[in-house]
Structures are given as structure tokens and as C-alpha cells.
Design a protein. Structure first.
Ligand code: E4P
Length: 217
């Protein structure tokens, strides 16, 4: 399972990278705005900076909602760095743009996916990644994890190569459940990733080992 961090915060990206387990980064316009990154030129520079911090894929989202605009924006983003994955919204024009980019060998991430049917379309259009938003489904009392299971079954039935990128991961159990269900990738906050480290018996056991070592020395 690949681990992506879902942030535009360079400090957190560096921290996850330092753990040695980071495979990539996802961003979206809201995450950019949260870091105070505004204006096309600043956003482009920030994508370049993120690419310097990690070796893996970096999803950069288009703002255009029409085919021609998405193609123009996506081509400019893809030209920044081979690590860039063009992130496209799950709308009709986004699917057309996904097909365009996949036929040109440019990596894509179809975002804002909330149903198995949408994920099927993204795979048909040759998406590199599909991003089902599990946390936002949970927010409206709908089982987000069930969507991961449905997409896994459909993709396996037909051997689709599109990678299931579990997005809108909010906490550590989401990561574990997505791993059990066979998601190819998860993207979440640093706090959810670091939650995987924690177990009180680890802390108690380590304290005892260190205490016993001191007794013998
Ligand atoms: C995915 O690519 C999105 O950036 C993200 O996971 C959305 O998460 P949220 O629902 O916590 O905003």
C-alpha cells in the first residue's frame, strides 16, 4: 500500500518524508488556501517546492471545469515535473480530459469520487488514480469504506489498472481498514499516519527494557 500525505504544508511533508515511508503527496485548492498559497504563480512555485521534498507522485488539481481549460492547465502542470499527476474533477469534462491525458501518457487522478459508477468511468478513461472520498461519505452517514470495497471488486473483476487512492482519510483506523480492503494507496494527514506508531504496550515494554538495562549496568 502506498502512503501519500494530504497536505500542502511543507513542514509536514518533510516530517513524513523523514519517516522514510512516504510515497507521494496530494493537494487540492482548499489545502493550498489553508497554507496561504494564492495566485497562479505562487501555486506553481509551491508545486515545484513540494516536488523537491519527495520522490513520488504529487497531485496538482486543475481549476478549469471545461475540457479545453483542463487540457491547457493540466499540460502546464505536467510540464513542471515528471512527478506531477494532473488531478481532475469527476465531471463529464473531467472524464474527457482524463482520456486525453492518459492517451498521452500523462498521469491523472480523478477526484471527488463518491460512487462505484464514477470510479468505473474513471477507470474506463484510463485514470492512473481514482480518489474515493471516504471521510466525506462518513460525514453524511454513508459508509465510505464500503465504497472502497465496491471499487476493489469492480476493478478486480476486469483487471483495471487504475489505482484506488483512498482519500479524505481522517484517522488511523481509516488507513488500517483501507489496507484490509485492498486500497492501492491512501492519502491522509500526518496525524493519521503517526497514529499507526502508537501502542501503550510498546511504550510500557520499552520503558521496562531500558529500566532493566540500567539495573544491569
Ligand atoms: C484528496 O485528494 C483530497 O485532497 C482530500 O483527501 C480531501 O479530504 P477532506 O475530505 O478531509 O477535505
Amino acid at each position: 500500500m502506498k502512503f501519500f500525505i494530504d497536505t500542502a504544508n511543507l513542514t509536514q511533508i518533510r516530517e513524513a518524508q523523514a519517516l522514510g515511508i512516504l510515497d507521494g503527496v496530494t493537494t487540492n485548492p482548499s489545502l493550498m488556501a489553508k497554507e496561504g498559497i494564492t495566485g497562479a504563480a505562487n501555486i506553481i512555485n509551491h508545486y515545484k517546492a513540494i516536488c523537491q521534498e519527495v520522490e513520488g507522485d504529487v497531485s496538482a488539481e486543475v481549476i478549469a471545469t471545461d475540457f479545453a481549460g483542463m487540457v491547457k492547465e493540466g499540460e502546464a502542470l505536467a510540464a513542471l515535473n515528471p512527478q506531477i499527476v494532473v488531478k481532475l474533477p469527476m465531471i463529464k469534462e473531467g472524464i474527457k480530459a482524463c482520456k486525453y491525458f492518459s492517451s498521452k501518457g500523462i498521469k491523472t487522478n480523478v477526484t471527488l469520487v463518491f460512487s462505484a459508477g464514477q470510479a468505473l468511468l474513471a477507470a474506463k478513461a484510463g485514470a492512473t488514480y481514482v480518489s474515493p472520498f471516504i471521510g466525506r461519505l462518513d460525514d453524511i452517514s454513508t459508509d465510505g469504506l464500503n465504497l472502497i470495497a465496491e471499487i476493489r471488486q469492480i476493478y478486480d473483476n476486469y483487471g483495471f489498472k487504475t489505482q484506488i487512492l483512498a482519500a479524505s482519510v481522517r484517522h488511523t483506523m481509516h488507513i488500517i481498514d483501507c489496507a484490509k480492503l485492498g486500497a492501492d494507496v491512501m492519502t491522509g494527514p500526518l496525524s493519521a499516519i503517526e497514529g499507526l506508531l502508537k501502542h501503550p504496550l510498546t511504550d510500557i515494554g520499552l520503558a521496562k527494557f531500558l529500566e532493566d538495562y540500567k539495573k544491569g549496568n
